[in-house]
Design a protein around this ligand. Structure first.
Ligand SMILES: [Zn+2]
Length: 841
């Protein structure tokens, strides 16, 4: 029986190798590198805020160059970013980016940790960041990782001395690291952790300095470097056939959701490390730290066995080292130092298996099942050496079901076994552990023993015990789903335990501009055969649905049935959420199924709350037909349709005067001029459309530092800036309260700026000509008012509007004030047209 501590540590080691992936096999060169790592007892932790902050060159150098145990602690999972490869945002994007980090680490050789901090979006200052995160809880997670991983050296990506010059999350990560370095060894702090782990004092804390923090390459050249050491991370590794930076580039290119597919860098590259805490001890990262076996009691004897293997490694027949490796394995098992014992046992077991070509996998023939299902687990075990081996037993956790076998494993004779296993009724569903409970704006929830881990532990771990030359060795694996795809070959993915039924609503937000009922369509997916249940909707006060409930029967596993309810809003303004529930006998099911499916990361299901936000708000609209030119992608068109507009998506290349004649307004999607190179050549047609009485709304476009954005963005001079207001609750004042845009057809009041999410807006206009009227003023704490979030200019008979307000976030979140304001923007000039028609009649 493993202790809880060892489960934690083994989980840390094993999540990379057995989570729904093909078992890794090793060439002689890779085994040799593993032996080198086995003989290095030093640990380094790299620390920053987001997926992609990490310096993969340095991580790869630590792991492959120095052979150190290396990990990256990313304070967040990057939930707040953009997704360039698919629709996942927020929690789901956090899962994608977690997996991308793990994919990067599987290439550069590091491990991966996180805290519970939520990437809530951009923040300008660490004070704001640490107020939204729970500072003590994030610190406790950093200390938890330090106490478990026990790094000798910690390296910060960011400078704790430069608040306000970079993302507040970045500076916060460095500040937390400084604090944790001082507190991790204090046994009076975070005492709840000490039932699982011990205090730990790292020896050195570095800042990974870079010219960027000094303003320019020249300034950095001249900077005082007496407290810095330098390392060349461009080393070439002949036994791997790659240089360190080639490996690092491959790792970095796993961040595909962020568009980081990069060219490979090669050649000498110098990294600088500035000592912040501890003693330098020399000019190398681990100088002054004993990284040999002699650092542990009883290690000298082990070193005497293992160093000669490294020095005289047999690349032709590595199996010759097995007797000596087994001798060392026994000695490691007797070590008093529990920490190194567990780490080194796992390493040496893998080396023993690799030297003998021992292949072990446990697979299922189905991708998922519900608790209580009887499944078949197949074990494929193959000894590819003359080493004497006996397959002793296979244990299937979690209920320790043992299959005693006693089969001799002859050289290259595949042993295949099929075992029946009933998934325990009380099994938890497979789901990212931090998404099981509702989170706050700044923090996810997680039980202590799971904190820090990149993933939820695998659903069905297996332990295969092989007696090698008389010594029993336990190999831990996971039961993974293995299948063949005719167009791709052999595939592996994690085996999952799912609820009987899952419910997905067509829309996650429904906005009612009047009292008309709207249909809510739900698809119900069955994870087992023969589901018979009742589906109903739990509604907030004043909201009604029809019918009250419906019976649903789904004969086959994997089948999807669609049901539709009518949602009837109340008369007055109201908002709340509707929760769909399926009852099967006395059991209640209410989970939404999301599938993450990309080439570069494992396929997996994510279960979320299926609730639908419903908003009833009196939103008046004028004008009906809108053309929308999509930019980077946003959900503004669907949102506008919800309140009664007819929206056509048009492509920039299709824009003609004739086409535009069909519309009351044209709306340009976010970052359209950044992304679409054709659009700038259509500006004259769009301006003519405005001149003839149309209405053009341009949403934010990004500008590089020192730039002022696209040159002919507007019919009058208009320069963009990098100004943004990140506090979604920042006070908004009306510069021109009488302007129609704040009055017609909806009267905009202060309450309309309540309940906004993530931010007010970004890339505000910085300079504009006198034809523009600024409408709103707002600013983040401690800054001067910014007036460029919403500008209106009349041009000919129509109106041109630029806005940096985050409608692309607020509308999909059902913020009624944002709907009213955008409806007014779309209505500009419509009242003139109505008056005209009245005159003409
Ligand atoms: Zn970052």
């Amino acid at each position: 029986m493993l202790s809880r501590v060892s489960i934690f540590i083994i989980g840390f080691l094993y999540t990379l190798s057995t989570y729904g992936q093909q078992p890794k096999t090793y060439s002689s060169s890779e085994i040799y590198q593993s032996v080198q790592k086995l003989n290095f007892l030093g640990t380094a932790l790299y620390l920053a805020a987001h997926p992609d902050d990490e310096n993969t060159q340095l991580i790869s150098y630590l792991s492959n160059g120095l052979k150190a145990r290396t990990a990256y602690l990313s304070i967040t999972r990057g939930d707040g970013g953009q997704n360039l490869i698919g629709p996942e945002l927020r929690e789901l994007l956090g899962v994608v980016r977690t997996e991308e980090l793990l994919a990067a680490r599987s290439i550069d050789g590091g491990a991966q940790f996180f805290t519970r901090a939520n990437d809530f979006g951009y923040s300008k200052h660490p004070d704001e960041t640490l107020a939204i995160w729970n500072k003590e809880e994030v610190l406790s997670d950093v200390i938890w990782v330090i106490r478990n991983f026990k790094p000798d050296v910690i390296i910060n990506r960011f400078d704790h001395r430069s608040p306000g010059t970079t993302h507040g999350h970045h500076t916060s990560s460095a500040l937390l690291s400084m604090d944790a370095f001082e507190k991790a060894n204090d046994r009076n702090l975070f005492t709840e952790q000490l039932q699982y782990t011990e205090p730990w004092q790292p020896k050195k804390l570095f800042f990974n300095a870079s010219w960027w923090f000094y303003g320019s390459v020249e300034k950095f050249k001249e900077a005082d470097k007496s407290n810095m050491i330098s390392v060349d991370v461009g080393t070439y590794y002949p036994n791997l056939g790659k240089s360190n930076n080639e490996i690092a580039s491959l790792a970095r290119s796993q961040h595909l959701s962020q568009g980081f597919g990069t060219l490979t860098s090669r050649g000498s590259t110098i990294e600088y490390l500035e000592l912040l805490k501890g003693d330098l001890g020399g000019n190398k990262i681990f100088d002054g730290i004993n990284t040999r076996w002699t650092r542990v009691k009883g290690g000298a004897e082990i070193e005497k066995i293992l160093l000669p293997i490294e020095e005289n490694f047999n690349f032709v027949n590595p199996a010759v080292h097995i007797p000596q490796l087994l001798k060392a394995y026994k000695l490691i098992g007797d070590l008093e130092d529990e920490h190194w014992k567990k780490i080194k046992l796992e390493q040496i077991k893998n080396i023993i298996a690799a030297c003998s070509g021992l292949f072990i996998e446990t697979t299922t023939n189905i991708a998922s099942a519900i608790p209580g299902t009887q499944i078949k687990i197949q074990a494929n075990i193959l000894n590819r050496s003359e080493v004497e081996m006996e397959l002793s037993k296979i244990t299937i956790a979690p209920n320790h079901k043992e299959f005693k076998l006693h089969k001799f494993l002859d050289n290259n004779n595949l042993e295949t076994l099929s075992m029946d296993f009933r998934i325990p009724e009380e099994s938890k569903y497979s789901n990212p552990y931090w998404l099981n409970e509702p989170s706050s704006l700044g923090m996810y929830m997680a039980p202590l023993e799971l904190r820090g881990k990149p993933r939820t532990p695998i659903a069905i771990p297996t332990i295969v015990t092989v007696i090698i030359q008389g010594i029993p060795v336990d190999f831990q694996r996971a039961a993974v789903y293995k299948y063949a795809k005719p167009d791709e070959g052999e595939r592996y993915q994690p085996f999952e335990i799912l609820p009987k039924v899952m419910i997905n609503a067509k829309d996650n937000v429904m906005v009612f501009a009047d009292q008309q009922p709207k249909p809510l369509s739900l698809s119900v997916t069955s994870a087992t055969d023969g589901i018979n249940g009742i589906i109903s909707l739990e509604t907030p006060d004043g909201w009604k649905v029809s019918p009250i409930e419906q019976s649903i029967s789904i004969p086959n596993k994997g089948e999807v049935k669609t049901v539709t309810f009518d949602v009837v809003p109340p008369k007055g303004e109201s908002q709340g959420s509707i929760t769909p529930v399926v009852k099967v006998k006395a059991e209640r099911y209410s989970k939404e199924l999301n599938t993450i499916n990309y080439e570069h990361i494992p396929t997996q299901s994510v279960l979320l709350d299926p609730s639908v936000k419903v908003v009833r708000s009196d939103i008046q609209i004028q004008g009906k037909k809108i053309a929308y030119v999509m930019g980077a992608g946003d959900a503004v068109p669907e949102s506008l349709e919800q309140i009664g507009y007819q929206v056509d998506l048009i492509r920039a290349q299709d824009i003609t005067s004739l086409l535009l004649k069909n519309y009351d307004a044209v709306v340009i999607g976010i970052r359209a001029y950044n992304i679409n190179k054709t659009l700038k050549f259509k500006q004259h047609l769009l301006f003519d459309f405005v001149k003839n009485g149309g209405n053009l709304i341009v949403q934010y476009n990004t500008v590089d530092r020192g730039s002022t954005g696209p040159s002919n963005l507007a019919p009058y001079p208009l320069e963009l800036s990098r100004q943004r207001v990140t506090d979604e609750n920042a006070k908004v004042s009306f510069i021109t309260p009488d302007h129609p845009i704040l009055n017609t057809p909806n009267k905009i009041i202060a309450e309309d700026f309540e309940g906004w999410v993530q931010e007010r807006g970004l890339y505000f206009a910085g300079k504009w000509s006198k034809e523009f009227h600024p409408i709103l003023a707002m600013n983040d704490h401690g800054e001067s008012p910014k007036e460029g979030s919403l500008l209106v200019a009349s041009y000919g008979k129509g109106y041109y509007i630029y806005t940096g307000l985050s409608f692309f976030r607020e509308l999909p979140a059902g913020v009624s004030g944002a709907y009213k304001l955008l409806a007014n923007m779309l209505s500009m000039g419509e009242q003139d047209k109505t008056n005209m028609n009245t005159l003409n009649n």
